[in-house]
Design a protein around this ligand. Sequence first.
Ligand SMILES: [Fe+2]
Ligand SMILES: [Fe+2]
Length: 204
Amino acid sequence: MTQNDCFRVLTGRNQRRSLAVRSDMTIWAQPLPADEFLRPLGVILLEHNRQLTISEWLLQHVDHQQLEPLEVNATALLGFLTEDLLLHHKDEEEDLFPMLRHRCKPEDGIEGVLAELNRDHATEGFLVRDIAVDLRKIIEGKKPEATARFFHSLYIFAEGQQRHISWENKTVLPLAHKRLTSQNLGDFGWNMAARRGIDYPGSS
Ligand SMILES: [Fe+2]
Ligand SMILES: [Fe+2]
């Protein structure tokens, strides 16, 4: 059995993705203009779209067992995983989810949704810690400790991201548009900007 065969057994992936993924690297962190934070739910959606693009990019290279693109982009990927994604989780866990918990009605079933999403965040956190160890090795010019395990962790992370984001877009964002007040949205945008060291429009 080849390493590729082993990987397919591990992941259950038999088909290569045909989805076109951007080949340029503008998928990595792009600072947002301050005005975007006036529409915090729009920022969440923008970030979800970028996360989806990155997870698709990861799946493409994992499917093809291509280590080189991951090596070339190791610093950017590490920054995305340990900084951008961390900020996104804080936006949701410290602002969006508590606001929804406060504003939603019993028929919205928000508690069950949030419990599942928080579990996903915890799982992503474990995977990110694991992947980051190998990315730091790569940045030092070394190889991952076990390449098959590295690819497998990236695969589980990227697949999980796609399911998680799709679920948030289908459940959390529509409820947020429906239930959050303009005061909630103002506070949310202000906090998001502050986490990124950006002056909220009109605050200075
Ligand atoms: Fe999330
Ligand atoms: Fe999210």
